[in-house]
Design a protein around this ligand. Structure first.
Ligand code: ADP
Ligand code: ADP
Length: 209
């Protein structure tokens, strides 16, 4: 299974990706997670990415494309992959297409997780994660268990202000890749509103169809 996961910030991509990669036994490639790891490690690329991320802006295409090309060159993607948060612009989608074509690889599906803007700010500002396990929580919808509640953290860009900027950039820069992939017959639109279990089953059904 070679798939791409697209959706507005807070749509539930990370939550669903964790479940689907376990089901399909494929590596989860999240550019957001890769940037956060680079920021934490203090690499020059991480320092550059951090400036954009804090402001709720996209990291420049050439930086992201370089990172993904390097990742797709690793051995573990032979069994397939789930790209989460990449591509996010039409130039990124074009660069990915060229890179995959060069390796004779075709995509199986592009899942678009749909959640209305009106629900997004609440999902984002209530998001917390456990730095030890990477598990994603929500203060209201999936509260962290009492024994780990003291150690959960909030992302720097999960403020209402940065969230609104990220949503605007999703509509302006990322949504145009949906017609790009629709013209290649790859798009599976899935309703992201409902319990996480319901959403997982919808995605699995869409991938089968
Ligand atoms: P979310 O989970 O809210 O959708 P991510 O964790 O995927 O956000 O990404 C966090 C931030 O990392 C983005 O706001 C952006 O600054 C940067 N980023 C991640 N992936 C990309 C990409 N493909 N292109 C440009 N910037 C990216
Ligand atoms: P993304 O990776 O698309 O930014 P996340 O998976 O991190 O999204 O989810 C954003 C927030 O919404 C998290 O706090 C998560 O616990 C919560 N969430 C995820 N799926 C659902 C759902 N189906 N219903 C309600 N809240 C959800």
């Amino acid at each position: 299974m070679r798939m791409i996961f697209i959706g507005p910030p807070g749509a539930g991509k990370g939550t669903q990706a964790a479940r689907l990669v376990a089901r399909y036994q494929i590596p989860h490639i999240s550019t957001g997670d890769m940037f956060r790891a680079a920021v934490k490690a203090g690499t020059p690329m991480g320092q550059e990415a951090d400036r954009y991320m804090k402001a709720g802006q996209l990291v420049p295409d050439e930086v992201v494309i370089g990172l993904v090309r390097e990742r797709l060159g690793m051995d573990d993607v032979g069994v397939g992959f789930m790209l989460d948060g990449f591509p996010r612009t039409v130039p990124q989608a074009e660069a990915l297409e060229v890179a995959l074509e060069a390796d004779g690889i075709t995509l199986d599906a592009v899942v678009v997780l749909e959640v209305d803007d009106s629900l997004i700010v609440n999902r984002i500002t209530g998001r917390r994660s456990d730095p030890e396990t990477g598990e994603i929580y929500h203060l209201e919808f999936k509260p962290p268990p009492a024994d780990i509640a003291h150690r959960v953290v909030q992302r720097k860009d999960d403020t209402e202000e940065a969230c609104r900027k990220r949503l605007a950039s999703y509509h302006a820069q990322t949504a145009p890749i949906i017609p790009f992939y629709a013209s290649r017959g790859l798009v599976k639109a899935v309703d992201g509103v409902g319990t996480p279990d319901e959403v997982t089953e919808r995605i699995a059904a869409a991938l089968q169809g």
